[in-house]
Write a protein that binds this ligand. Structure first.
Ligand code: ZN
Length: 278
């Protein structure tokens, strides 16, 4: 069993999960003909793609930072859903919700903001009562565009918008230091304001990938965009540059949608890139 906790210099990263999602290939990657998946059958689950709904809890510089908050509570009409487990995972791993000082969202898609808030009557309260909630301004603006919001940010009205009235929002800028060890890396394309998080401590580095890639297959096929990638061309451009950097600088990666816990490195074998899990 792969370890759920790694250390990067003085920083600790704990992998948490809200469960998983599965899609038919042609549903999630509508532009990729099914036969092109043949060499990658090992990455599939009964011919479907499965995505872990990973969050990372980072302890850095005296702060506890939760990156992404999953898809959220399982709806009553979907009793078999394989998600909705994040708070159970907190409990299982001995972390209290009160410990979280900062919730950082790589982007505002529905599977990254789901547990931000808890309904209380007609109002909402923060699920992480001591946290400020960090997001990019570009995604905040995108999730308010009437022509974009319903399809691209369906749960923003209940999971993101109320944060404003609660006065809990902090906007993060590209290349901003969130703590002594933690810097935002702009990686637009999947969403306009998508950001990865670079951890630098004690001469070691790691990157929380967000949705810059959904599957290890995209390390070999960086042009494969999914229906979730809002700007396909920019997504490809960003992904290629990021993958090259991660390989060249041998930066450890925390990939929330890869198989849990999602820690690994990009390695090269016979001229091709591969994912090597820790
Ligand atoms: Zn996602």
């Amino acid at each position: 069993m792969a370890t759920n906790v790694i250390r990067v210099g003085r920083v600790e990263i704990l992998a948490l999960s809200d469960g998983s999602l599965e899609f038919d290939l042609c549903n999630f990657f509508p532009t990729i003909p099914e036969e092109q998946w043949q060499p990658y059958e090992a990455h599939l689950h009964e011919h479907r793609v499965r995505f872990n709904l990973g969050s990372y809890l980072i302890r850095s510089d005296g702060k506890t930072i939760l990156v992404d908050t999953g898809l959220g509570p399982r709806p009553a009409d979907a009793p078999d859903a394989q998600w909705g487990q994040l708070l159970h995972d907190f409990q299982a791993k001995g972390v209290r919700l009160e410990e979280v000082d900062m919730v950082v969202m790589t982007h505002l898609h529905r599977d990254h903001v789901g547990w931000n808030l808890t309904p209380r009557g007609t109002k909402y309260v923060p699920t992480f009562p001591n946290a400020r909630y960090w997001m990019s301004r570009k995604d905040w603006e995108a999730c308010h565009q009437p022509d974009v919001q319903p399809a691209r940010f369906p749960n923003a009205p209940t999971c993101v918008w109320p944060l404003e009235e609660l006065g809990l929002i902090e906007f993060m800028r590209p290349e901003q230091s969130l703590t002594r060890d933690l810097t935002t890396v702009p990686t637009p394309g999947h969403t306009p304001g998508h950001m990865c998080l670079l951890i630098t401590s004690g001469g070691e580095r790691a990157l929380v990938l967000g949705d810059a890639a959904h599957s290890p297959v995209q390390l070999q096929e960086p042009d494969w965009v999914s229906r979730a990638d809002m700007d396909p061309d920019l997504t490809r451009q960003t992904r290629k540059a990021l993958i090259e950097r991660l390989e060249r600088e041998q930066i450890l990666v925390a990939a929330g949608h890869f198989e849990a816990p999602g820690f690994g490195r990009i390695v090269r074998l016979d001229g091709r890139r591969y994912w090597r899990g820790l």
